[in-house]
Design a protein around this ligand. Sequence first.
Ligand SMILES: Nc1ncnc2c1ncn2[C@@H]1O[C@H](COP(=O)(O)OP(=O)(O)O)[C@@H](O)[C@H]1O
Ligand SMILES: [Mg+2]
Length: 372
Amino acid sequence: MMIGGLHISNVSHAFTAGCPVLNGVSVFVAPGELVCLLGPSGCGKTTLLRVAAGLEVLQVGQVRVGERIVAEGRHGVHVPPEKRGIGLMFQDYALFPHLTVLENITFGLNHAPQRRKWASEALTRMGLEAYAGVYPHILSGGEQQRVALLRALAPEPQVLLLDEPFSGLDVTRRASIRAETLGLLKETGVATLMVTHDPEEAMFMADRILVMNDGRVIQDGTPVETYFEPATAFVAALFGPVNRLRGVVRGGHVATPLGTFDATGFKDDTAVEILIRPEGLRLARPGETPEVRAGDVPCKPAPVSGRASRRAPIRAVSARPLGRSSHVVLRVPDGDGQALTIEARVPGVFLPQPGVEVQVTVNPRQAHVFPA
Ligand SMILES: Nc1ncnc2c1ncn2[C@@H]1O[C@H](COP(=O)(O)OP(=O)(O)O)[C@@H](O)[C@H]1O
Ligand SMILES: [Mg+2]
Protein backbone atom coordinates (compact mmCIF):
# COMPACT_ATOMS: atom_id res chain seq x y z
CA MET A 1 0.00 0.00 0.00
CA MET A 2 1.23 3.49 -0.84
CA ILE A 3 1.65 5.65 2.18
CA GLY A 4 1.57 9.30 1.20
CA GLY A 5 2.53 12.29 3.21
CA LEU A 6 5.82 13.69 4.46
CA HIS A 7 8.34 11.51 6.29
CA ILE A 8 11.32 13.19 7.94
CA SER A 9 13.52 10.60 9.65
CA ASN A 10 16.36 11.25 12.08
CA VAL A 11 17.47 14.49 10.55
CA SER A 12 20.46 16.26 12.06
CA HIS A 13 21.93 19.47 10.74
CA ALA A 14 24.76 21.82 11.66
CA PHE A 15 25.78 25.08 10.00
CA THR A 16 29.02 25.06 11.99
CA ALA A 17 30.77 21.80 12.81
CA GLY A 18 30.04 20.78 16.39
CA CYS A 19 27.04 23.13 16.79
CA PRO A 20 24.02 21.09 15.71
CA VAL A 21 20.86 23.08 14.99
CA LEU A 22 18.78 19.90 14.45
CA ASN A 23 19.40 16.80 16.55
CA GLY A 24 17.81 13.60 15.24
CA VAL A 25 14.41 15.09 14.35
CA SER A 26 11.67 12.80 13.02
CA VAL A 27 8.32 14.06 11.78
CA PHE A 28 5.51 12.29 9.94
CA VAL A 29 2.63 14.21 8.38
CA ALA A 30 -0.18 12.12 6.87
CA PRO A 31 -2.09 13.22 3.76
CA GLY A 32 -4.77 15.71 4.82
CA GLU A 33 -3.13 16.23 8.19
CA LEU A 34 -1.90 19.57 9.52
CA VAL A 35 1.04 19.32 11.90
CA CYS A 36 2.35 22.42 13.67
CA LEU A 37 5.96 22.77 14.75
CA LEU A 38 5.81 24.94 17.83
CA GLY A 39 8.88 26.25 19.61
CA PRO A 40 10.80 29.34 20.64
CA SER A 41 12.76 31.45 18.21
CA GLY A 42 16.04 29.84 17.19
CA CYS A 43 15.07 26.24 18.03
CA GLY A 44 15.49 25.06 14.43
CA LYS A 45 11.97 25.19 12.96
CA THR A 46 12.84 27.09 9.78
CA THR A 47 15.97 24.99 9.27
CA LEU A 48 13.86 21.82 9.39
CA LEU A 49 11.48 23.19 6.75
CA ARG A 50 14.39 24.30 4.55
CA VAL A 51 15.94 20.83 4.78
CA ALA A 52 12.61 19.18 3.89
CA ALA A 53 12.12 21.58 0.98
CA GLY A 54 15.63 20.98 -0.37
CA LEU A 55 16.78 24.57 0.19
CA GLU A 56 19.48 23.12 2.46
CA VAL A 57 21.39 20.00 1.49
CA LEU A 58 20.54 17.24 3.96
CA GLN A 59 23.51 16.15 6.09
CA VAL A 60 22.13 13.27 8.17
CA GLY A 61 18.83 11.40 7.92
CA GLN A 62 16.20 10.97 5.24
CA VAL A 63 13.26 12.89 3.74
CA ARG A 64 10.51 11.09 1.82
CA VAL A 65 7.45 12.40 0.01
CA GLY A 66 5.16 9.40 0.04
CA GLU A 67 7.36 6.44 -0.95
CA ARG A 68 9.86 8.59 -2.81
CA ILE A 69 13.17 9.42 -1.14
CA VAL A 70 13.88 13.07 -1.97
CA ALA A 71 16.90 13.51 0.29
CA GLU A 72 19.25 11.14 2.04
CA GLY A 73 22.34 12.13 3.98
CA ARG A 74 24.62 9.13 3.63
CA HIS A 75 23.89 8.35 -0.01
CA GLY A 76 23.90 11.94 -1.14
CA VAL A 77 20.38 11.88 -2.62
CA HIS A 78 19.26 15.45 -3.25
CA VAL A 79 16.17 15.97 -5.42
CA PRO A 80 15.99 19.69 -6.28
CA PRO A 81 13.23 21.67 -4.50
CA GLU A 82 10.98 22.11 -7.57
CA LYS A 83 10.96 18.34 -8.23
CA ARG A 84 9.92 17.25 -4.72
CA GLY A 85 6.16 17.71 -5.01
CA ILE A 86 6.39 20.15 -2.11
CA GLY A 87 4.67 23.55 -1.99
CA LEU A 88 6.34 26.27 0.03
CA MET A 89 5.19 29.43 1.64
CA PHE A 90 7.82 31.08 3.77
CA GLN A 91 7.69 34.21 5.90
CA ASP A 92 9.29 36.35 3.24
CA TYR A 93 7.14 35.04 0.36
CA ALA A 94 7.08 37.45 -2.56
CA LEU A 95 4.53 37.53 -5.35
CA PHE A 96 5.74 38.26 -8.89
CA PRO A 97 5.11 42.02 -9.20
CA HIS A 98 4.78 41.96 -12.99
CA LEU A 99 2.12 39.21 -13.06
CA THR A 100 -1.55 39.59 -12.17
CA VAL A 101 -3.01 37.76 -9.20
CA LEU A 102 -4.39 34.96 -11.38
CA GLU A 103 -1.11 34.72 -13.34
CA ASN A 104 0.81 34.51 -10.07
CA ILE A 105 -1.26 31.53 -8.99
CA THR A 106 -1.18 29.70 -12.33
CA PHE A 107 2.49 30.49 -13.06
CA GLY A 108 4.16 27.35 -14.39
CA LEU A 109 0.91 25.41 -14.90
CA ASN A 110 1.13 25.53 -18.70
CA HIS A 111 -0.80 22.40 -19.52
CA ALA A 112 -3.33 22.31 -16.75
CA PRO A 113 -6.57 24.06 -17.73
CA GLN A 114 -8.41 22.34 -14.87
CA ARG A 115 -5.98 23.97 -12.42
CA ARG A 116 -6.85 27.38 -13.90
CA LYS A 117 -10.47 26.60 -13.13
CA TRP A 118 -9.42 25.56 -9.62
CA ALA A 119 -7.49 28.84 -9.24
CA SER A 120 -10.53 30.95 -10.21
CA GLU A 121 -12.78 29.04 -7.85
CA ALA A 122 -10.27 29.22 -5.01
CA LEU A 123 -9.94 32.99 -5.51
CA THR A 124 -13.71 33.29 -5.18
CA ARG A 125 -13.71 31.17 -2.09
CA MET A 126 -11.05 33.35 -0.51
CA GLY A 127 -13.09 36.47 -1.36
CA LEU A 128 -10.53 37.63 -3.93
CA GLU A 129 -12.41 37.11 -7.21
CA ALA A 130 -12.45 40.88 -7.90
CA TYR A 131 -8.63 40.94 -7.82
CA ALA A 132 -7.90 38.19 -10.36
CA GLY A 133 -6.73 40.68 -12.99
CA VAL A 134 -4.90 43.20 -10.80
CA TYR A 135 -1.22 43.42 -9.89
CA PRO A 136 -0.18 42.36 -6.38
CA HIS A 137 1.02 45.77 -5.15
CA ILE A 138 -2.53 47.03 -4.67
CA LEU A 139 -3.41 44.13 -2.32
CA SER A 140 -3.25 44.34 1.46
CA GLY A 141 -0.86 42.09 3.38
CA GLY A 142 -3.63 39.60 4.16
CA GLU A 143 -4.76 39.43 0.54
CA GLN A 144 -1.20 38.87 -0.67
CA GLN A 145 -0.80 36.13 1.91
CA ARG A 146 -3.85 34.31 0.55
CA VAL A 147 -2.63 34.66 -3.04
CA ALA A 148 0.76 33.23 -2.04
CA LEU A 149 -0.99 30.31 -0.37
CA LEU A 150 -3.02 29.59 -3.52
CA ARG A 151 0.16 29.84 -5.60
CA ALA A 152 1.78 27.20 -3.38
CA LEU A 153 -1.27 24.92 -3.69
CA ALA A 154 -1.92 25.35 -7.42
CA PRO A 155 0.47 22.62 -8.68
CA GLU A 156 -1.28 20.15 -6.32
CA PRO A 157 1.72 19.40 -4.12
CA GLN A 158 1.52 16.31 -1.91
CA VAL A 159 3.19 18.29 0.85
CA LEU A 160 2.86 21.93 1.88
CA LEU A 161 5.39 23.68 4.12
CA LEU A 162 4.29 26.93 5.80
CA ASP A 163 6.71 29.04 7.83
CA GLU A 164 4.91 31.48 10.14
CA PRO A 165 2.40 32.20 7.38
CA PHE A 166 0.26 34.58 9.44
CA SER A 167 3.00 36.49 11.24
CA GLY A 168 2.80 39.55 8.99
CA LEU A 169 -0.95 40.01 9.42
CA ASP A 170 -2.67 42.35 11.84
CA VAL A 171 -4.46 40.69 14.73
CA THR A 172 -7.99 41.51 13.59
CA ARG A 173 -7.62 39.81 10.19
CA ARG A 174 -5.44 36.96 11.39
CA ALA A 175 -8.21 34.90 12.98
CA SER A 176 -10.44 34.86 9.91
CA ILE A 177 -7.54 34.22 7.49
CA ARG A 178 -6.42 31.31 9.65
CA ALA A 179 -9.91 29.83 9.53
CA GLU A 180 -10.20 30.26 5.74
CA THR A 181 -6.74 28.77 5.24
CA LEU A 182 -7.57 25.80 7.42
CA GLY A 183 -10.78 25.14 5.46
CA LEU A 184 -8.94 25.28 2.14
CA LEU A 185 -6.12 22.97 3.29
CA LYS A 186 -8.57 20.41 4.64
CA GLU A 187 -10.33 20.32 1.26
CA THR A 188 -7.15 19.75 -0.71
CA GLY A 189 -5.97 16.79 1.38
CA VAL A 190 -2.38 18.04 1.28
CA ALA A 191 0.01 17.01 4.09
CA THR A 192 0.85 20.32 5.77
CA LEU A 193 3.76 21.06 8.09
CA MET A 194 3.39 24.55 9.52
CA VAL A 195 5.81 26.45 11.72
CA THR A 196 4.63 28.86 14.36
CA HIS A 197 5.84 30.25 17.66
CA ASP A 198 2.28 31.17 18.67
CA PRO A 199 0.74 28.42 20.83
CA GLU A 200 -2.81 29.65 20.30
CA GLU A 201 -2.31 29.50 16.54
CA ALA A 202 -0.91 25.98 16.83
CA MET A 203 -3.88 24.89 18.99
CA PHE A 204 -6.33 26.35 16.47
CA MET A 205 -4.73 24.97 13.30
CA ALA A 206 -3.12 21.69 14.21
CA ASP A 207 -4.26 18.08 14.21
CA ARG A 208 -0.98 17.42 16.00
CA ILE A 209 1.55 19.71 17.63
CA LEU A 210 5.25 18.88 17.70
CA VAL A 211 6.96 20.96 20.35
CA MET A 212 10.59 21.71 19.53
CA ASN A 213 13.38 23.03 21.69
CA ASP A 214 17.11 23.17 20.99
CA GLY A 215 16.82 21.22 17.75
CA ARG A 216 14.84 18.33 19.21
CA VAL A 217 11.18 17.31 19.23
CA ILE A 218 10.22 17.11 22.89
CA GLN A 219 6.52 16.34 22.56
CA ASP A 220 4.22 15.04 19.82
CA GLY A 221 0.50 15.10 20.58
CA THR A 222 -2.91 16.54 19.79
CA PRO A 223 -3.47 20.16 20.85
CA VAL A 224 -5.53 19.02 23.84
CA GLU A 225 -2.86 16.52 24.94
CA THR A 226 -0.10 19.06 24.57
CA TYR A 227 -1.98 21.65 26.61
CA PHE A 228 -3.35 19.37 29.33
CA GLU A 229 -0.57 16.77 29.48
CA PRO A 230 2.65 18.72 28.87
CA ALA A 231 5.65 16.38 28.88
CA THR A 232 7.95 18.87 30.59
CA ALA A 233 7.78 22.16 32.48
CA PHE A 234 9.11 23.82 29.31
CA VAL A 235 6.08 22.65 27.31
CA ALA A 236 3.68 23.70 30.08
CA ALA A 237 5.19 27.20 30.19
CA LEU A 238 5.10 27.55 26.40
CA PHE A 239 1.34 28.09 26.47
CA GLY A 240 1.51 31.22 28.60
CA PRO A 241 2.34 32.39 32.09
CA VAL A 242 2.26 29.78 34.84
CA ASN A 243 2.36 29.90 38.62
CA ARG A 244 5.28 27.88 39.97
CA LEU A 245 5.08 26.25 43.40
CA ARG A 246 7.56 23.92 45.03
CA GLY A 247 7.04 20.95 47.25
CA VAL A 248 8.23 17.53 48.33
CA VAL A 249 6.38 14.30 47.56
CA ARG A 250 4.93 12.29 50.46
CA GLY A 251 2.90 9.17 49.78
CA GLY A 252 2.09 10.05 46.18
CA HIS A 253 0.97 13.58 46.98
CA VAL A 254 2.54 16.99 47.28
CA ALA A 255 1.25 19.59 49.71
CA THR A 256 1.47 23.26 48.70
CA PRO A 257 0.03 26.48 50.07
CA LEU A 258 -2.59 26.15 47.30
CA GLY A 259 -3.70 22.65 48.29
CA THR A 260 -2.52 19.06 47.96
CA PHE A 261 -1.92 17.65 44.50
CA ASP A 262 -1.60 14.18 43.08
CA ALA A 263 2.04 13.17 42.48
CA THR A 264 1.50 9.53 41.58
CA GLY A 265 4.67 7.94 40.23
CA PHE A 266 7.08 10.14 42.19
CA LYS A 267 9.12 8.59 45.01
CA ASP A 268 8.83 9.95 48.53
CA ASP A 269 11.10 12.94 49.22
CA THR A 270 11.34 13.90 45.54
CA ALA A 271 11.54 17.67 45.18
CA VAL A 272 8.96 18.74 42.62
CA GLU A 273 7.74 21.85 40.91
CA ILE A 274 3.99 22.34 40.47
CA LEU A 275 2.97 24.52 37.51
CA ILE A 276 -0.55 25.91 37.64
CA ARG A 277 -2.02 27.91 34.80
CA PRO A 278 -3.78 31.15 35.80
CA GLU A 279 -6.95 29.80 34.18
CA GLY A 280 -6.73 26.70 36.40
CA LEU A 281 -7.85 28.62 39.48
CA ARG A 282 -11.49 29.16 40.39
CA LEU A 283 -12.29 32.00 42.75
CA ALA A 284 -15.20 33.05 44.96
CA ARG A 285 -15.76 35.65 47.66
CA PRO A 286 -16.15 34.41 51.26
CA GLY A 287 -19.67 33.22 51.86
CA GLU A 288 -20.22 32.66 48.12
CA THR A 289 -20.14 29.08 46.96
CA PRO A 290 -17.22 28.66 44.58
CA GLU A 291 -18.08 26.87 41.39
CA VAL A 292 -16.45 23.56 42.30
CA ARG A 293 -16.34 20.80 39.72
CA ALA A 294 -15.71 17.13 40.28
CA GLY A 295 -12.06 16.53 41.14
CA ASP A 296 -11.20 20.13 42.01
CA VAL A 297 -8.56 20.58 44.68
CA PRO A 298 -9.83 22.89 47.45
CA CYS A 299 -7.17 25.33 48.64
CA LYS A 300 -7.13 25.38 52.38
CA PRO A 301 -4.86 28.24 53.33
CA ALA A 302 -1.75 27.05 55.06
CA PRO A 303 -2.04 26.87 58.86
CA VAL A 304 -0.47 29.73 60.76
CA SER A 305 2.80 28.44 62.25
CA GLY A 306 2.29 26.34 65.32
CA ARG A 307 -1.47 26.83 65.40
CA ALA A 308 -3.02 24.27 63.09
CA SER A 309 -6.51 25.51 63.90
CA ARG A 310 -5.90 29.05 62.63
CA ARG A 311 -5.39 29.57 58.94
CA ALA A 312 -4.46 32.88 57.37
CA PRO A 313 -6.81 33.61 54.47
CA ILE A 314 -5.90 34.09 50.82
CA ARG A 315 -6.44 37.73 49.88
CA ALA A 316 -6.68 39.73 46.66
CA VAL A 317 -3.74 41.97 45.86
CA SER A 318 -5.20 43.43 42.68
CA ALA A 319 -7.89 42.66 40.14
CA ARG A 320 -8.17 44.00 36.60
CA PRO A 321 -10.90 43.45 33.99
CA LEU A 322 -9.84 41.92 30.65
CA GLY A 323 -13.26 41.96 28.99
CA ARG A 324 -14.35 38.35 28.85
CA SER A 325 -12.24 37.47 31.87
CA SER A 326 -10.63 39.06 34.91
CA HIS A 327 -7.01 38.96 36.00
CA VAL A 328 -6.63 38.62 39.76
CA VAL A 329 -3.41 38.61 41.77
CA LEU A 330 -3.61 36.78 45.09
CA ARG A 331 -1.46 36.64 48.18
CA VAL A 332 -1.30 33.09 49.48
CA PRO A 333 0.18 32.57 52.97
CA ASP A 334 2.78 29.80 52.92
CA GLY A 335 2.43 28.85 56.59
CA ASP A 336 5.90 30.12 57.51
CA GLY A 337 4.89 33.71 57.85
CA GLN A 338 5.72 34.41 54.20
CA ALA A 339 3.34 34.55 51.24
CA LEU A 340 3.34 33.55 47.60
CA THR A 341 2.00 35.76 44.85
CA ILE A 342 -0.30 33.83 42.51
CA GLU A 343 -2.00 34.94 39.29
CA ALA A 344 -5.51 33.85 38.36
CA ARG A 345 -7.52 34.40 35.22
CA VAL A 346 -11.22 33.78 35.75
CA PRO A 347 -14.20 34.06 33.41
CA GLY A 348 -16.46 37.11 33.55
CA VAL A 349 -16.16 40.05 35.92
CA PHE A 350 -14.60 39.12 39.26
CA LEU A 351 -12.97 42.20 40.76
CA PRO A 352 -12.44 41.95 44.51
CA GLN A 353 -10.95 45.03 46.20
CA PRO A 354 -7.33 44.67 47.39
CA GLY A 355 -7.22 42.94 50.75
CA VAL A 356 -10.54 41.16 50.34
CA GLU A 357 -10.53 37.46 51.22
CA VAL A 358 -10.94 35.08 48.29
CA GLN A 359 -11.80 31.36 48.26
CA VAL A 360 -9.72 29.36 45.80
CA THR A 361 -10.01 25.95 44.19
CA VAL A 362 -7.69 24.51 41.58
CA ASN A 363 -8.64 22.48 38.53
CA PRO A 364 -6.17 19.59 38.82
CA ARG A 365 -6.02 19.23 35.01
CA GLN A 366 -4.35 22.64 35.00
CA ALA A 367 -1.83 21.74 37.72
CA HIS A 368 1.25 19.90 36.42
CA VAL A 369 3.85 18.25 38.64
CA PHE A 370 7.44 17.89 37.37
CA PRO A 371 10.75 17.01 39.03
CA ALA A 372 12.28 20.24 40.36
N1 LIG B 1 22.26 29.86 7.21
C1 LIG B 1 22.61 29.79 8.50
N2 LIG B 1 23.89 29.84 8.87
C2 LIG B 1 24.26 29.75 10.18
N3 LIG B 1 23.40 29.60 11.19
C3 LIG B 1 22.09 29.55 10.89
C4 LIG B 1 21.64 29.64 9.54
N4 LIG B 1 20.28 29.55 9.55
C5 LIG B 1 19.93 29.41 10.85
N5 LIG B 1 21.00 29.41 11.65
C6 LIG B 1 21.00 29.24 13.12
O1 LIG B 1 20.31 28.04 13.41
C7 LIG B 1 19.51 28.18 14.56
C8 LIG B 1 18.08 27.82 14.23
O2 LIG B 1 17.57 28.77 13.35
P1 LIG B 1 16.10 28.65 12.72
O3 LIG B 1 15.94 27.31 12.14
O4 LIG B 1 15.91 29.83 11.83
O5 LIG B 1 15.19 28.77 14.03
P2 LIG B 1 13.63 29.11 14.18
O6 LIG B 1 13.00 29.09 12.83
O7 LIG B 1 13.11 28.06 15.09
O8 LIG B 1 13.55 30.46 14.81
C9 LIG B 1 19.69 29.61 15.03
O9 LIG B 1 20.65 29.61 16.05
C10 LIG B 1 20.19 30.32 13.80
O10 LIG B 1 20.99 31.41 14.15
MG1 LIG C 1 11.97 30.62 11.79
